[in-house]
Design a protein around this ligand. Structure first.
Ligand code: GRF
Length: 208
């Protein structure tokens, strides 16, 4: 097994996925450490959650861009992540597309969670897209991040039913319950050195 996972979380919102990872570590079901939390939203709740757990956390503006992390801001994110010894970048509700410099700085070590069963419904508010499309099943995907949006090799997927009377909010809440299992599960596999990327596919190897 390699070096212990030192996770840097990037998030823009509530941070419930970051919380699920912190909780899994505290419960000894994930051998890793969250060493820093970075956000591009000054008053994001993820900052409060980090503070509560004594995790170093910072706001770093993504300006001048709105939907991507590039240029000087990207370099600053990379610098801070490296300064904390991060070897695994976890995107958890980070509302920007990360670009090649970040991927090159952490090769095959940038993960994302997407609130749909990819390749269905990439992009934003995927639970709403699923509801409007009329699918019977929705879910979430944890994947390695590649150069494109929501296209990287898939590590874990978890499905939920779409129930009659669902609103975007009720469906998203049901998906989030599964997200909070899926991210720790994917990180457990990574921490155990059990993942091999073979083309588009991720092989899961038995525990040693
Ligand atoms: C999650 O639904 C995630 O799949 C999406 O953004 C949301 C983030 O939620 N990318 P949280 O900030 O982790 O609570």
């Amino acid at each position: 097994m390699g070096e212990k996972l030192k996770i840097g979380v990037l998030g823009s919102g509530s941070g419930s996925n970051a919380q699920s990872i912190v909780d899994a570590i505290a419960a000894d079901t994930l051998d890793a450490k969250v060493v820093c939390v970075l956000t591009d939203v000054e008053d994001a709740r993820i900052l409060e959650r980090a503070a509560k757990h004594g995790i170093p956390a910072r706001y770093i503006s993504g300006a001048p861009y709105k939907t991507k992390l590039e240029g000087e801001a990207e370099q600053e994110y990379i610098r801070v992540l490296k300064a904390h010894g991060v070897n695994c970048v976890v995107l958890a509700g980070f509302m920007r597309i990360v670009k090649s410099a970040m991927l090159a700085a952490f090769p095959n070590r940038v993960l994302n969670i997407h609130p749909a069963l990819l390749p269905a419904f990439p992009g934003v508010a995927s639970w709403k897209q699923a509801l409007e499309y009329g699918t019977r099943v929705a879910g979430c995907t944890v994947h390695f991040v590649d150069e494109n949006t929501d296209t990287g090799p898939i590590i874990v997927q978890r499905a939920v039913p779409v129930e009659p009377g669902d609103t975007p909010e009720t469906l998203h809440a049901r998906i989030q319950v599964e997200e909070h299992k899926a991210y720790p599960e994917a990180l457990r596999l990574l921490a155990g050195d059990r993942l091999r990327i073979v083309g588009r596919r991720v092989e899961i190897h038995p525990a040693q």
